[in-house]
Design a protein around this ligand. Structure first.
Ligand code: NAP
Length: 253
């Protein structure tokens, strides 16, 4: 399979790294010439990556093309390109609805929207996509956890949830600073907190129908530290603040 990328920025770099280091990498990866530095770096690092002469050349040579330009230029980039019916287009541009993407890449029949995270470079993380197209699921299987969705609304809501990544890192940093202020060595505090967050996430990663409330109840032994911390955070409006953040971000789209 030949995969192409229009726009060679941060997310393309992560996807190409993840694909080329996967167990079953694609035969060829063709990236568009902009950004020239990123494109040259990827081609130098991975033998199966080449730099196309133009965006049109990417489309002509590939079975499946990712649209990975910023929303501000996406429409003008696409209006100059000619697509074929027998190819797949995966749009990573979060603000252009699927119906509009379909019109922009007409006559392509197989059109998907997806929202990967940069952690795909390490074959990690959720990849929500809509609609479910088996070729896209097959590609995303190499890169993390594909999550085919029922409708576009679900995609937009889960995209909103990505806004919690920085707040979660900030929670780790606040916890780390607290431990340091209480007298723990910086390196030990960092190692402990990183490993604890990793462990609590790793054990739930592959549960098919995870109920977070069951895990919460299991961890919150009556009269124990966890139960105490939960009640202090709830009473202090800690979780409400996270919900307020999600609602605030969600109103932007
Ligand atoms: N980063 C993420 O984690 C992430 C995750 C999911 C979805 N997305 C979406 O994916 C898209 C790309 O995001 P990004 O973070 O990779 O942005 P980015 O780093 O800014 O990359 C966009 C690339 O598009 C190139 N470009 C500009 N005009 C072009 C043109 N006419 N033809 C071809 N390429 C052109 C830019 O090249 P120059 O540098 O030369 O201008 C730049 O390298 C966005 O719509 C974003 O919302 C990003």
């Amino acid at each position: 399979m030949s995969l192409g990328f229009i726009g060679t920025g941060r997310i393309t770099s992560a996807l190409v790294e993840g694909l080329c280091t996967a167990k079953d990498p694609p035969e060829n990866v063709l990236v568009s010439p902009r950004n020239a530095e990123n494109a040259a770096r990827l081609a130098a690092r991975f033998s199966r990556v080449s730099v196309a002469v133009s965006n049109q050349a990417v489309i002509e040579s590939c079975d499946c093309t990712f649209l990975a330009v910023v929303p501000q230029v996406a429409r003008s980039v696409l209006k100059d390109l000619c697509f074929r019916t027998d190819q797949t287009v995966i749009s990573l541009v979060p603000t252009i609805p699927i119906d509009e993407v379909r019109k922009l890449v007409d006559p392509v029949k197989s059109v998907v929207r997806a929202v990967p995270l940069p952690t795909v470079s390490q074959h990690l993380g959720p990849i929500p996509l809509y609609p479910k197209i088996s070729q896209a699921v097959e590609i995303f299987d190499k890169l993390g956890k594909p999550i085919p969705l029922q409708n576009e609304k679900e995609l937009n809501i889960l995209w909103t949830v990505t806004a919690l990544i920085a707040p979660i890192y900030a929670l780790m940093e606040e916890t780390c600073q607290w431990a340091i202020a209480c007298g723990v060595n910086r390196q030990n505090a960092g190692a402990y907190i990183a490993s604890m967050f990793h462990a609590v996430s790793a054990v739930i990663k592959d549960l098919p129908d995870v109920r977070f409330s069951d895990l919460e109840a299991e961890a919150a032994t009556p009269g124990g530290f966890n139960e105490q911390a939960l009640s202090v955070i709830r009473e202090g409006g800690g979780y409400k603040a996270f919900l307020n953040a999600l609602n605030s971000v969600h109103t932007r789209h």
